[in-house]
Each structure stands twice: as C-alpha cells, then as structure tokens.
Ligand binder design. Structure first.
Ligand SMILES: NC(=O)c1ccc[n+]([C@@H]2O[C@H](COP(=O)([O-])OP(=O)(O)OC[C@H]3O[C@@H](n4cnc5c(N)ncnc54)[C@H](OP(=O)(O)O)[C@@H]3O)[C@@H](O)[C@H]2O)c1
Length: 297
C-alpha cells in the first residue's frame, strides 16, 4: 500500500479541513486525525498512529484553540498544546517524518508597533499563547532541518464557527454590532494558509520559524467592516469597543501583525490580501453552510 504523504492533525477543524481539501485537489494522499483517532494528550496513541502510517509529513494544526477556555483550564491547554505537540514531534522524529507545527501570533505580547519578525522574543500574555509557545519549543528543540513552526493569526475558513461568520449572522438577524478597535492583526483564510503550507513542504527550505498570514492588517472592527462590505451590507453601522471592555478571561495582544517576509521569499509570492480572501470565503462559506442553517433565501 502507498505510504500516506501527509498526516493532518485537527482534521475536523477549520485549517484541518482546508489542508485535507488542498491535498485532495493536488492529488496528494492525506490522512486526517482528530480527538477520537489521535488524542493529543495520549503519547502512546500518537506514537502508534505515526508508526502505523509512517507519513512523509505531519501537518500539526490540532490544538485547544478556545483562548478563554485555555485560561480557565490551563492543565488541559498545556497538555494538548504543549505536551501533545512534544509527543507529535517526538513521534515524527522517530519515524523520520518532517513536521509543520501551526502556531500563533498570541506568542507575542503585542507591545510592538511594527510587524513581528520571526526572531522577535516571544512573551505570551495568556495560557493559550504560553501553551502554544511550549509546543514551539518542543518542535524546535529537536534541531531538525525538516521541522517547521509556522505562526499564523486570526484564522477563518468556510463552514466553521469564526469571527466573520458571527458578524454576518448578527448583521443579518438585525442584532446590534459592537467590535473591538484596539487589537490589530492579520486575518488569515484557511484556504490560502493551506496552499502556503503545502507549497512550503514542496519547497523543502531549512527548518525553523515562519510567519504566514494574508496580506494587510486591520482591527477586529476593520475586519468586520470588510466582511459586511463584501456581503453587500456595508451600510450597517458597527459600534466600537475596547478589548478591556469585553472583560474576557484571557488577555489578547494589542498588536499581533506578523512579518511574513521569510515565507513570502521562500514561496516567491505573498499570500493574497485579506479583503480578497474575505470575498472568496463568503462564496465558499455560503456553499458550505447546510440548508436550514445560516443560509438566507
Ligand atoms: N483560530 C485562530 O484564529 C488561530 C490563530 C492563530 C493560530 N491558530 C492555530 O492554527 C491551528 C488551527 O486552528 P483552527 O482554527 O483550525 O482550530 P479549530 O478549528 O479549533 O480546530 C482544532 C482541532 O484540534 C483538534 N483537537 C482539539 N483538542 C484535541 C485533542 N485533545 N486531541 C486531538 N485533537 C484535538 C480538534 O479536533 P476534533 O475536531 O476532533 O475535536 C479540532 O479539529 C491551531 O493550532 C491554532 O492554535 C489558530
């Protein structure tokens, strides 16, 4: 039987679904695993899956991504995002698979005012950010030329629960909108990120840290405005609020704009602008939303 090329963790998540679709579109063999098939807190289960499948590449996007949930259940966050990633890295090294670990802009504290270069010192503000940083260290600690940490930000994909979906749902149901103005980042479309990750694997550059995000940056408020404009709802007013006013358990960086120049150079192209990505997301999300769900007729 042919060897599985790509093992995709977090397969049922936003990025995992896009990765599996991108592999299928390129005719590349891929196996997706989730909590039921490869629980990230279970070292033996991870080792068993990798020994059985012996993939060429592990695309590791599986994570506890609920930022406030991580703050209230730090043990689970460190287990899944930190230790779980260590087990994935250990097992990938043992079977000679290369590894792409998807990490986050939340490893930074947000006090910068220019885009974060890949070598900027991490200083997470939250358990989520610290647990993902622990995962980064576990991957980089192997010192392997075929292990990569790819930080991304503000991820949205078709058919999932995410920020643009929530904004559209509220706008279409006539609920008032109030969105944060004092956190700035780079929205990232899963479809574009998945293509970039597969291209990175194909380019086989030296390992290390990468930043991957759609071009352009905005506040959450600006992101919401761009979503409504793309949906023809630009006339709807969006109120403003500060991050502090939301009183959420976990702190978020005020500035988490990633400098993606290393990736742009390696791929010889930047990712598309986020406003272009929103337009494509809108079409794909409408197609992915089941009838009787959020679709409007
Ligand atoms: N979302 C963002 O804005 C954002 C920003 C920066 C970086 N990232 C990073 O990008 C990656 C992908 O994010 P996403 O938005 O696609 O995440 P997502 O939609 O929340 O999906 C996460 C996936 O991880 C899996 N998972 C969670 N706990 C697990 C466990 N204990 N064992 C095995 N699998 C587990 C889930 O599997 P099941 O489906 O089986 O439950 C889920 O499919 C993550 O590593 C995240 O840290 C995300």
């Amino acid at each position: 039987m042919a060897r599985t090329e790509f093992l995709v963790t977090g397969a049922g998540g936003q990025l995992g679904r896009a990765l599996l679709a991108a592999c299928a579109a390129r005719g590349r063999s891929a196996l997706g695993v989730g909590q039921a098939t490869m629980p990230l807190h279970d070292r033996a289960a991870i080792r068993a899956v990798l020994e059985r499948e012996r993939p060429a590449v592990v695309l590791h996007g599986g994570a506890m991504t609920n930022v406030d949930g991580c703050e209230t259940d730090p043990l689970a966050a460190y287990r899944v995002n930190g230790l779980g990633t260590a087990w994935v890295a250990e097992a990938a090294a043992a079977v000679g698979a290369s590894l792409v670990y998807v990490s986050t802009d939340f490893v930074f504290d947000g006090t910068a005012s220019t885009p974060y270069p890949i070598d900027h010192a991490p200083k997470p503000l939250s358990v989520y950010g610290a647990s993902k940083r622990l995962g980064e260290e576990a991957v980089l600690g192997h010192g392997r030329a075929d292990f990569h940490v790819v930080r991304t930000s503000w991820v949205f994909g078709p058919g999932g629960k995410n920020f643009p979906r929530a904004i559209l749902d509220r706008a279409r149901s006539g609920q008032p909108l109030k969105v944060v103005t004092d956190q700035i980042g780079r929205p990232t479309y899963t479809v574009d990120l998945a293509e970039a990750l597969l291209d990175l694997c194909g380019a086989k550059p030296a390992g290390g840290v990468w930043h991957a995000a759609n071009t352009g940056h905005c506040s959450w408020h600006g992101f919401a405005q761009a979503v409504l404009a793309a949906a023809g709802l630009g006339a709807i007013e969006i109120g403003t609020q500060t991050g502090a006013e939301l009183k959420r358990p976990a702190a978020r960086p005020a500035w988490s704009v990633l400098d993606s120049s290393r990736l742009d150079t390696a791929l010889r192209r930047p990712l598309p602008h986020y406003t272009d990505a929103i337009r494509r997301w809108l079409a794909a999300d409408q197609a992915a939303t089941p009838a009787g769900g959020n679709k409007t007729y």
